[in-house]
Design a binder for this molecule. Structure first.
Ligand SMILES: Nc1nc2c(c(=O)[nH]1)N[C@H]1C(S)=C(S)[C@@H](COP(=O)(O)O)O[C@H]1N2
Ligand SMILES: [Mo]
Length: 417
């Protein structure tokens, strides 16, 4: 059967335009006062929402948030936890990077902000933020972890909060900025300089002491976080990023680097972030974060819906001493271990995602992960860590974390020993 010519032409036109446009044609003239949406069928106006100047997550993801714990008696002092149990991949989105503030978030106008480098230097230098933006920049993906992360695990009872809300004072971002070495060399380092006192522009002028060697090695003066300027809460307009070193030395809102021959012995390196050891002495300046891992899914509070079934066990591993070389997973509380797959690329001092399919047969199980880094150091059990550090620890908890799976498929945090 042949199709009449005119209807074939019509058909081709319609096909070219798309079936949604079949019943009418658009006016040729683009007058500013014509609202084209009125001419379109409803299905098309619904197909596209508004454009926005700065994108936000879908309204269906509103439960994926940082969890704030702040002391109302000390305004400005507190933390917010990154929801690691809700995230995938290795990069923490900027709006979900954990926060630790001792003195609130200062509102800094970059045009008013300056960085001073002085002390044991040949010539003190002052930089505006605009001047710093003209220096050659480098990018580095690394984690920042608070020395107080996971501190609830020192308690005698396991706490039953979601994985990220107990262990999420750690995040991983791509930081871009100026190697600190370039700026120190420009000021000229006097031979007696051994330490650098970094001071911030927040409420109490937080200050900490950093060995000069670290600043000359891989420290960045960061201006950008995952491609955009730092968020105010993460240090806008300038922060130090010291890859692999505990959170406190990653000074936000940096305004001064003073070269010195000795540390300042400031509050946050004496009263805080030190470890009381079993022999009664206090360990100070334990900068490097030891290797650690966490199963993010399935984890505390989740359930396994099918019984039995195949589940993807996945999580994050990181080490302040270099690359993660191995992550093992156990489903029987550490009696037997299987190597998990590590997602590429594996970067030094950065989150490494691991995963492993697990066939759950409906039995009672205890899931654990154990990280090894390139120095050969293996993440300890909680028992081993308590033996080495005593029972009065508060900072630097890096032991294996255990998720119990009940026969009903409920998952809860346990201390298996
Ligand atoms: N100026 C300033 N810098 C600071 C802090 C602070 O309170 N003030 N907190 C430190 C601590 S203890 C940590 S863990 C990290 C947290 O960085 P973040 O809030 O970007 O995650 O910043 C560090 N730098
Ligand atoms: Mo911290």
């Amino acid at each position: 059967m042949t199709t009449p010519l005119h209807s074939r032409r019509q058909f081709l036109q319609q096909a070219a335009l798309g079936s949604a446009l079949v019943s009418y044609s658009l006016p040729r003239l683009a007058k500013a006062d014509i609202d084209y949406r009125e001419l379109l069928p409803e299905s098309m106006t619904k197909a596209g929402g508004e454009f926005t100047n700065y994108g936000q997550p879908s309204p269906y993801e509103q439960q994926v948030i940082r969890w704030i714990s702040a002391n109302p008696d000390m305004p400005g002092n507190g933390v917010s936890w990154s929801p690691l149990h809700e995230l995938q991949g290795t990069i923490t989105p900027n709006g979900l990077h954990f926060e630790r503030h001792h003195n609130g978030v200062p509102a800094i106008d970059p045009a008013q902000h300056q960085l001073l480098i002085d002390g044991l230097v040949d010539k003190p230098l002052v930089f505006s933020v605009d001047a710093l933006k003209r220096y050659p920049m480098q990018s580095r993906i690394c984690f920042i972890e608070c020395g107080g992360n996971s501190n609830s695990s020192w308690r005698s009872q396991p706490i039953l909060t979601a994985a990220g809300y107990a262990h999420g004072l750690v995040s991983n971002a791509e930081w871009t900025g100026i190697p600190v070495r370039l700026l120190l060399e420009e000021a000229g380092i006097k031979p007696e300089a051994k330490w650098v006192i970094a001071e911030a522009a927040d409420g109490a002028s937080l200050n900490v002491s950093i060995p000069l060697e670290k600043l000359m090695n891989d420290a960045l003066l960061a201006l950008y976080q995952n491609g955009e300027r730092l968020r105010p809460e993460n240090g806008y307009p300038l922060r130090l990023v010291l890859p692999g070193w505990e959170g406190i030395v990653n000074v936000k809102w940096l305004r001064q680097l003073r070269l010195s021959n000795a540390p300042a012995m400031s509050r946050d390196e004496t009263a805080q972030y030190t470890d009381l050891m079993p022999n009664g002495s206090a360990r100070q300046f334990s900068f490097e974060m030891a290797s650690k891992s966490l199963i993010t899914s399935p984890s505390q509070g989740m359930t396994l819906p099918d019984k039995p079934g195949i589940y993807q066990v996945t999580g994050l591993a990181w080490s302040g001493r270099g690359k993660i070389t191995r992550v093992e997973v156990s489903a029987d509380g550490g009696q037997t271990w299987v190597d998990a797959e590590l997602q590429q690329p594996i970067l030094s001092k950065a989150f490494t995602r691991f995963s492993l399919p697990w066939k759950w047969q409906g039995q009672y199980a205890v899931l654990q992960s154990r990280a090894t880094d390139e120095t050969g150091y293996i993440q300890p059990t909680r028992e081993q860590l308590l033996k080495e550090r005593g029972r009065h620890g508060f900072f630097h908890f890096n032991a294996i974390i255990s998720w119990e799976v009940s026969e009903e498929g409920y998952i809860s945090h346990v201390y298996p020993e």
